[in-house]
Write a protein that binds this ligand. Structure first.
Ligand code: PMP
Length: 354
């Protein structure tokens, strides 16, 4: 900490993103990116003409993109908030809907950024443990009188909770935002977007980083009541109105136009996931039931940390969390069939002590 940093942040522990090593080419199965490129339409529309217009600011409202997303999800443009990746939505939500008195709750094992944002804004927070089987006990989140944040499917487990449970949480916390983080919903999960009309306290956040192959472009969006969206816009226009650059807006619109391509990719990833799960179970792994583009698995007769480093030495990167209760597991992003074949090959070698 420098002598310049405000004492407000003295005890803040920043989020640690997954490795993005530059030392060699790895099979990268560690940050839940899509193994497939953006659609041809995206590639063609982000062209030299668009680059030539970078002297101009982007549309701070993102009107065209909002219109396209609203149509795709069957809501109004006023129900959509656009952001620089969905981390931005989380940031704005903790800023807008919490403070020293209005707290937040989220699962103990979930996306590691939730407690960081809570600490950043000095938000008192409670982390509820998962059940023995790693599922979320929705009853913990009923009547909490705080903002509720749940990733569905959850990360890093990949497991989902049902809409019935989400409705119970929504009904019992009418004066607080219930943020359902659907970063991974397109890989077989069930979206809560259909409940937005019924529950003014529901916010669903989504991202282009996973199923839409645009992690590098930084684009996320939230779907919620007009009331919630207006609050988020107020915060955005009080911090950085141009938080989405021109090229990303264009790419985001083109991606909606090629929705079929992305749905096909999601199907391929689901099929690859199921094949990989079967293969890992045959090798003796314990694998949680995933509805995401990653799996959370515990190798037999070797620690999670060891398995992670042995794989890295063999050129395959997965994610290991040095954390109580999940230290025995690794999180494996689903790549192409070919990448997963290599991963499985290297895994067999490691289990045989080679
Ligand atoms: N939510 C969850 C559960 C995530 O795993 C991630 C990706 N790390 C995000 C949100 C944020 O993704 P992005 O900012 O790229 O949209």
């Amino acid at each position: 900490m420098s002598r310049f940093l405000s004492s407000r942040f003295a005890s803040l522990e920043a989020y640690t993103p997954g490795e993005q090593p530059r030392d060699q080419q790895y099979i990268k199965l560690n940050t839940n990116e899509s193994p497939y490129p953006p659609s041809q339409e995206v590639i063609e529309r982000v062209n030299a003409d668009e680059v030539k217009r970078l002297n101009l600011y982007p549309d701070p409202e993102g009107k065209f993109l909002k219109e396209k997303l609203a149509k795709l999800y069957g809501v109004e443009k006023e129900n959509i908030f656009l952001s620089n990746g969905s981390d931005d939505i989380l940031n704005f939500s903790f800023m807008a809907f919490c403070d020293e008195k209005r707290g937040a709750v989220f699962p103990e094992i979930s996306y590691g950024f939730y407690p960081v944002y809570a600490d950043l804004y000095h938000v008192p927070h409670v982390k509820f443990p998962l059940k023995e089987d790693f599922s979320i006990n929705y009853k913990d989140y009923c009547n909490v009188d705080k903002m509720v944040v749940i990733a569905n499917p959850n990360a890093p487990t990949g497991m989902e909770i049902g809409l019935f449970e989400i409705e119970e949480i929504l009904k019992s916390n009418p004066n607080h935002v219930v943020l359902i983080d659907e970063a991974y919903v397109d890989f077989g999960g069930t979206s809560a977007v259909g409940l937005v009309r019924k529950y003014p306290n529901l916010m669903v956040s989504m991202t282009y980083s996973k199923s839409r192959s645009m992690a590098g472009a930084r684009l996320g969006f939230a779907i919620a009541s007009k009331e919630i969206i207006e609050d988020l816009e107020k915060i955005k226009f009080s911090t950085n109105p141009y938080n989405i650059n021109r090229l990303t807006l264009v790419a985001g619109e083109a991606a909606v136009d090629s929705d079929i391509y992305y749905k096909e990719n999601a199907k391929k990833i689901i099929a690859t996931r199921e094949t990989t799960v079967r293969a890992l179970k045959n090798l003796g792994f314990l694998v949680l039931d995933s509805k995401a583009n990653f799996i959370f698995a515990k190798p037999p007769n070797i620690s999670g940390a060891d398995f992670y480093s042995k794989l890295k030495k063999k050129g395959v990167l997965v994610r290991h969390f040095e954390k109580e209760k999940i230290g025995d597991f690794v999180r494996i992003t689903i790549g192409t069939d070919k990448q997963m074949d290599v991963f499985l090959q290297k895994t067999s070698e490691i289990l045989k002590g080679r």
